[in-house]
Ligand binder design. Structure first.
Ligand code: ZN
Length: 106
């Protein structure tokens, strides 16, 4: 998912790409639609929903909600958990892979 995070880190970017986001409780399995415009207004358009947990909105439920997105062009909902794209090591180039294979003992 980190590629998607790289593309849509912020609430503003998710709005631009027309993501639909729900907060989903792991305990009671309630889902609440997230109003991205409202989040942008309250927390700022540069705020992020990645790797966030929120207390469940349902009264009496002690569960934690996580965020899931419906991304145009992708089937199903994706959990908004991903490592920071800045910390993902770059993929080895073909040349590096070939060098690694040559070093393998037979
Ligand atoms: Zn709940």
């Amino acid at each position: 998912m980190w590629q998607w995070r790289a593309r849509c880190e912020t609430v503003a970017a998710m709005q631009r790409e027309r993501w639909r986001v729900v907060a989903w409780c792991e305990a009671c399995r309630s889902a609440f639609p997230v109003d991205l415009a409202k989040v942008a207004r309250l927390k700022g358009p540069q705020s992020s929903l990645w790797n966030r947990r929120q207390p469940c909105l349902r009264q009496g439920c002690a569960g934690q909600m996580r965020f899931e997105a419906t991304i145009p062009g992708l089937y199903g909902r994706r959990v908004l958990d991903a490592q920071d794209p800045a910390t993902v090591p770059p993929r080895p180039t073909l040349g590096e892979l070939a060098a690694r294979n040559r070093q393998k003992p037979d």
